[in-house]
Design a protein around this ligand. Structure first.
Ligand SMILES: Cc1cc2nc3c(=O)[nH]c(=O)nc-3n(C[C@H](O)[C@H](O)[C@H](O)COP(=O)(O)O)c2cc1C
Length: 220
């Protein structure tokens, strides 16, 4: 994002908030539909970043499908994922910051596992929609899984892996009428501390998802 676009945003005082509703230990996700949404070319024509959102929660079907689009298992026999991985190693974990808590997406079992019973959405960035939209994804690189990769390439590999997942989410959102924006403007250290991550785990990108504000087109 360029400086001109940053100007309207006043950095928010980021504080975790009490979870809204019940923080279930596990959120089971419905089986993703194989036929929903626009075909690929239609989605590519619609892909864009959105920065104004409704607060309305995402229904379980959409939450399930977008997590599956990000990093789901699409070849169950070998455990292959929807996004490419360096050396076949899954170096990025996807977290979902929801009003009811912070969850880690488990692609193998296709469920969300509670990490923290707090609403940490506002800690995932500085912009005004952060903490208001119903979902912020957080892409966390696990450096412990990159030990066999050349040190010079690790940062590139991690960024490319998270970027591929983020683009999958962009295309899923475009295909279903959701809005999204990938965000690199975040306080990695503060977020890592609040997420209770290990030393070798670093949040590198966030991605807000929600229904676009009804007047979104007037703001473009
Ligand atoms: C690595 C990366 C980091 C980004 N960080 C932010 C960000 O922190 N905040 C934001 O509003 N947009 C961010 N963006 C989105 C870009 O600003 C956006 O993609 C660009 O303006 C082009 O607009 P479009 O996505 O609608 O084509 C980022 C994009 C990328 C690829």
């Amino acid at each position: 994002m360029n400086d001109l676009k940053r100007l309207p945003y006043q950095p928010l005082k980021a504080l975790p908030r009490p979870a809204v509703g019940t923080s279930e230990q596990l959120i089971a996700l419905p089986e993703p539909d194989r036929t929903s949404g626009l075909p690929l070319m239609g989605a590519l024509w619609q892909r864009k970043s959105t920065r104004t959102f409704e607060e309305q929660a995402l229904p379980p079907t959409l939450l399930s499908e977008l997590l599956w689009a990000a990093d789901g298992v699409n070849r169950p026999q070998g455990g292959g994922r929807t996004a490419p991985t360096p050396h076949g190693e899954n170096v990025i974990d996807v977290y979902a910051a929801l009003p009811s808590g912070l969850y880690r997406y488990d692609p193998v079992h296709h469920y969300l596992q509670l990490k923290l019973a707090e609403d940490v959405r506002s800690l995932t960035g500085y912009q005004d929609f952060v903490g208001m939209a119903p979902l912020d994804l957080i892409y966390v690189v696990n450096h412990g899984r990159m030990q066999d990769m050349p040190p010079k390439l690790r940062e590139t590999f991690a960024a490319a892996s998270a970027g591929a997942m983020a683009q999958n989410v962009y295309l899923y959102c475009a295909s279903t009428g959701l809005g999204t924006v990938i965000r690199g403007w975040l306080n990695r250290q503060q977020l890592a501390e609040h997420m209770s991550l290990n030393e070798d785990e670093v949040p590198i990108l966030s991605q807000t998802v929600g229904y676009p504000a009804k007047d979104e087109n007037w703001l473009l």
